[in-house]
Design a protein around this ligand. Structure first.
Ligand code: DSN
Length: 422
């Protein structure tokens, strides 16, 4: 365990909460596909005196003095991001993924303009225009869906028809609960036909793209990528907007982030982004990214053998969305709770056209980024999937759950969270 000596001396309650969370992360298995463990180097950057500095503006163009080191660290973060994702411009100031997406809409659209994005119930994200979000008061969002939930294939014909009818200014690719690769070329072709800008929100798969385990939408002609920097990219919580060639788009993005929407950038987080991007440029990261996919495939195999329905028929990325209500009669909320009891953390999730309510849907979503960081291979991932199914099929059997909890703790203790990846 780390020492939090200053917090302990001054504020026992907060120290207890932090130590408790550290212990929980070490002893249990994290399968939430958007979570991961950062290195000690990233944690040190987050806890550095960079947090004390106001740096409104961009490197070389700040409003306050004393920017020698903040300029240095932001420039490093930008250039590493551009190298990682093979693009020309990087704004590393967005505070997270949702603010990055909102800023992008304001950068590229006028009020009333239309965005075509993936339906939330088919794997899209809240910030792609779900009615509960504030951006829907300003912009018009229309949707595409999967053609077939059993294969995960997107209905590109319908996407084209909707695009022709609605004339979106942005066509948005990206998801938070979808397990297959998108056909980026088809998005680009449809966007060309209707004069739209292509934006990929690759928050979930940024690390898989950086590690060259999945296609980079820029290679297929996308204009913009938004992302978080945590998740598979294994950096600090934060966001980023990347653009290619078109300098006008890059300038609009910069102006919208600051002064348009945000104030002083969080320079400690930007320093941590720079450190994490340096880690992602290391050859080890490509090995990590490809192991994430192999581990997800190993879990898919166990679920298939046990006849548990997976949306999209399985996975081509880091996550699986399983219809546990349809296959085992256990609701998503019950599955989340009972798996938590044995030390496996994941989340309940709606499945396509779910008949159940969002707070107690039919599905669970789980993935392999965090267990792969711990060093799990296909062998351990298979064991975890088997233990998940055993738990779900014995959800009312206290002795089975007690045994599985011990087995999960043993497994976790053999794979301590690494301190460094390079
Ligand atoms: N909360 C993140 C996720 O779990 O996918 C993104 O919204």
């Amino acid at each position: 365990m780390k020492s939090y000596s200053f917090i302990q001396k001054q504020d026992q309650d907060v120290a207890n909460a932090i130590s408790g969370e550290e212990k929980r992360q070490a002893e249990g298995l994290e399968l939430i596909p958007s979570e991961n463990y950062v290195s000690q180097a990233v944690l040190q950057a987050l806890g550095s005196p960079m947090t004390n500095k106001y740096s409104e503006g961009y490197p070389g163009k700040r409003y306050y003095g004393g920017q020698m080191y903040t300029d240095a660290v932001e420039t490093i973060a930008q250039s590493r991001a551009k190298e990682l994702f093979n693009c020309d411009f990087a704004n590393v100031q967005p505070l997270s993924g949702a603010p990055a997406n909102v800023a992008l809409y304001f950068a590229l659209l006028n009020p009333g303009d239309t965005v075509l994005g993936m339906d939330l119930s088919h794997g899209g994200h809240l910030t792609h225009g779900h009615p509960v979000t504030a951006v829907t008061k300003v912009f018009n969002f229309v949707r595409y869906k999967m053609k077939d939930a059993e294969t995960g294939e997107i209905d590109y014909d319908k996407m084209l028809a909707v695009a022709k009818q609605e004339k979106p200014k942005i066509i948005l690719a990206g998801f938070s609960a979808y397990s297959r690769e998108l056909d980026y070329k088809k998005f680009v072709d449809i966007a060309k036909e209707v004069g739209a800008i292509t934006v990929a929100d690759m928050a979930h798969i940024a690390g898989l793209i950086a590690g060259k385990a999945l296609r980079n939408p820029f290679d297929d002609g996308f204009d913009v990528i938004t992302t978080t920097t945590h998740k598979t990219l294994r950096g600090p919580r934060g966001g980023m907007i990347l653009t290619r060639e078109n300098e006008e788009i890059a300038q609009r993005v910069d102006k919208t982030i600051f002064p348009g929407m945000q104030g002083g950038p969080h320079m400690n987080v930007i320093a941590a982004k720079a450190v994490a991007f340096g880690e992602a440029l290391h050859p080890n990261f490509a090995v990590y990214a490809s192991q994430i996919l192999k581990n997800a495939k190993a879990m898919e195999e166990v679920f298939r053998k046990n006849n548990i329905r997976m949306l999209g028929g399985g996975t081509s990325n880091h996550l699986i969305l399983a219809d546990v209500f349809g296959s085992l009669g256990v609701s998503g909320a019950d599955a989340e709770k009972v798996l938590d009891e044995v030390g496996i953390t994941l989340n309940k999730n709606a499945i396509a056209d779910d008949v159940r309510k969002p707070m107690d849907p039919s599905g669970i979503r789980f993935g392999t980024p965090a267990i792969t960081t711990r060093g799990f291979t296909e062998k351990e991932s298979t064991i975890v999937a088997e233990k998940m199914i055993e738990t779900l099929t014995h959800k009312d059997d206290a002795s089975v759950k007690a045994r599985i909890k011990t087995e999960i703790e043993d497994l976790a203790s053999r794979f301590p969270i690494p301190e460094s990846f390079v």
